[in-house]
Design a protein around this ligand. Structure first.
Ligand code: ADP
Ligand code: ASP
Ligand code: MG
Length: 425
């Protein structure tokens, strides 16, 4: 959950200004043509009487390019300097877009995270927002009609530039709406809403008109990158209504909102998400005695490695195997730690597999229904998909499978729960 953000609102002086936050992702600002479409969306909301905070991502591909460049220059780029470099992607797009607005006669200016400021903690590369100076934003909106704000970035209290993790512009936008209070956030992207699964993976995917914060949080956590997880955490905590819609169409999109505003029909499962960023590590033949799990997971946690699924095999002859999954970027470090540990605790070796993926079915309706897991497992079995690991929560079931079987598994689960037919709002 997001740690509390200090909200510096002008409580007494709630002005009558109507403010809207719009966020446009990388593909929406990729080139001049796209930016002109974005300008059209901005002009339309100005006509509706709004003052606008327009949060932009870097132009598509730019953050990747800058990251590659850093690794050409340095084997292990300094994390603070890397953030300083990556933040230039958003500085480029906001400056260019502010120029376009000014050409159209709009009173606009660009703002970096540092200028506002958006204060974060010091976790370079995945910093968390601590506070946003909403008072300053409001004062600038007295002067300008549109503030074009760099997404994805902030700065520490000691004035170092930070970034919020990939996809972080979503979080910048929702956090600004939260900080301003009573403000709606429109997230514009290259799909016209949140679908029952990634429409690029499954042709039958159906747009959902309303989805609860809880379900969206699970979808995002399970790999649906249409919204960054932290943006949904902020939206839920500060009750920010978030619309996900397309820059390239006029469809209304999907409203992410509180559960009681999502009219639940008899929907049990509302989506299928997947995550290819998974790697499996098995520590073989560790002694089956108290303290062994702690000796494995404490060093992983101390190294900042997030462990996702965990399975312990039933012990035999005083020994057991422990399997867990991590992000692929953490695989090497995990294996190094486990190999070292194996020597010390008398384990029999470490095995890994990075050709795995996680597929999850999600739905708040699962809370009150049994049989969802059985149905999912049966459908995967009939499709010939082998399940390697399972984890569940109140509103989701996840299975680790062979990565090559992922498209089949997604379509199978989507069909099994008739997601192409239902309507969740
Ligand atoms: P942006 O650059 O605008 O932030 P992203 O690429 O981060 O866009 O997110 C949009 C992408 O999310 C879509 O192109 C789509 O492939 C993917 N996606 C994954 N799961 C879903 C889903 N359930 N609904 C809609 N899009 C999804
Ligand atoms: N530019 C950053 C990225 O590519 C942030 C974002 O697009 O949201 O991850
Ligand atoms: Mg994104």
């Amino acid at each position: 959950m997001p740690r509390g953000m200090q909200i510096n609102r002008l409580a007494k002086q709630e002005s009558r200004m109507k403010i809207l936050v719009q966020k446009f992702g990388g593909s929406s600002v990729a080139d001049l043509e796209c930016m002109k479409k974005v300008r059209g969306k901005v002009l339309a909301e100005l006509k509706n009487g709004y003052k606008l905070i327009v949060v932009l991502s870097a132009r598509s591909g730019q953050t990747n390019k800058l990251t590659e460049m850093a690794f050409q220059w340095s084997d292990e780029p300094d994390l603070a300097e890397l953030d300083s470099l990556l933040s230039t992607g958003e500085q480029e797009s906001t400056a260019l877009f502010a120029m376009l607005l000014k050409d159209a006669g709009v009173k606009a200016r660009s703002l970096t995270g540092f200028q506002i400021p958006v204060i974060t903690d010091e976790s370079f590369g995945s910093a968390r927002i601590v506070s946003i100076d909403a008072e300053y934003l409001r004062s600038q909106l007295e002067i300008y009609d549109v503030l074009v704000v760099c997404g994805f970035q902030g700065c520490t209290a000691s004035k170092r530039i930070t970034t919020l993790g990939r996809g972080g512009s979503d979080t910048s936008a929702v956090a600004m709406a939260a900080a301003l209070g009573n403000t709606v956030c429109h997230i514009y992207t290259d799909v016209d809403g949140v679908y029952t699964t990634d429409p690029r993976m499954c042709a039958n995917a159906r747009r959902i008109s309303r989805i609860s914060y809880e379900e969206m949080l699970e979808m995002a956590s399970m790999g649906a990158k249409v919204l960054q997880i932290r943006s949904v955490e902020f939206a839920k905590k500060y009750k920010v209504p978030v619309w996900v819609r397309s820059t390239f169409s006029d469809e209304p999109g999907t409203l992410v909102t509180q559960e009681d505003e999502v009219m639940m029909e008899s929907v049990i499962v509302s989506g299928v998400a997947f995550d290819k960023d998974q790697a499996r590590v098995t520590v073989l033949g560790v002694p089956d005695k108290p303290g062994v799990s702690a000796s494995i997971f404490v060093p992983l946690s101390e190294s900042g490695i997030l462990v996702d699924m965990i399975v312990q095999k039933a012990g035999r002859d005083g020994r057991t195997d422990l399997t867990f999954t991590v992000s692929r970027k953490d695989l090497k470090r995990s294996v190094d730690l486990m190999s070292d540990l194996c020597g010390r605790i008398g384990g029999q070796g470490v095995e890994t597999d990075s050709n795995v993926a996680k597929v999850s079915v999600i739905g708040v309706g699962m809370r009150n229904h049994s049989g969802v897991a059985a149905k999912a497992f049966q459908a995967l079995y009939e499709a010939g998909v082998n399940i390697l690991m399972i984890s569940t929560s109140e509103i989701k079931i996840s299975c680790l499978i062979d990565e090559n079987e992922l498209p089949l598994a997604v379509r199978t689960l989507h069909d099994a729960f008739d997601l192409q037919d239902g309507e969740t709002a």
